[in-house]
Design a protein around this ligand. Sequence first.
Ligand SMILES: [Zn+2]
Length: 247
Amino acid sequence: MWTPDSLAETLTQQLGAPVQVTFTRSRSTPVQAKAPTPGPFAQAGADLRLHTFFTEAPTEVVTDLAHWLRVGKRARAASQRLDAYIHASVAQLPAKTPRRIHLNPSGSHYELLPLLEVVRAQEFPDNFTAPPRDSPALPLPAITWSQQNPRGKLRSLRLGSYNRERNLVRIHPLLDDKLVPEFFVRYIIFHELLHAVHKSLKDTAGRWVHHSQAFRQREAQYPDYQAALKWEAKGLWTVAKKQRKQR
Ligand SMILES: [Zn+2]
């Protein structure tokens, strides 16, 4: 079992120049070598970033690694053995499991699931599948109160977000407050569901457009749109200040 220090020491001896080792979890680049100063590794030394599977590397692999550092691709046999070792090790790594997210749609004041259902039924009757019905429509996103850094800045407040990969709507817990009117929470849910329906696009300059013209037009037709903007401009600040005091 190698530690960064013991591996660095062995490689330093074999290379004849100082080697630093850092272990990483990068599967795409399990071996990265940089010279700390310009020049070949054999003179400048090397800063190595190696995948943690190198903690178990047999000594022959370490010798091959040092040889590869010394002469590069010209160390053909060593390079090939090293490649084979890296491929086999990456293949043996456990499959990546996406980080589980704990869904928490029940707030202390608002339940998000019934609100999601109201918005879906009113505004998106044909866009989403309501489980368990099977149709070519999009699966209805999951919804949760998000976890927020309590010291987060109010100015950069994001009241909701939509994650397409997870098909998940997150709502800022600031809105879980009796001072926040229900129509406003519904409007935020509506806005995030619109993101699920209207994919973000790139404009001609290659910049992401999250709120396209079609998005904005559809949003403006929402019955509570004006009321929501009005409340956001006035009421939101009061709620944020009140909650800040309570912390
Ligand atoms: Zn948006």
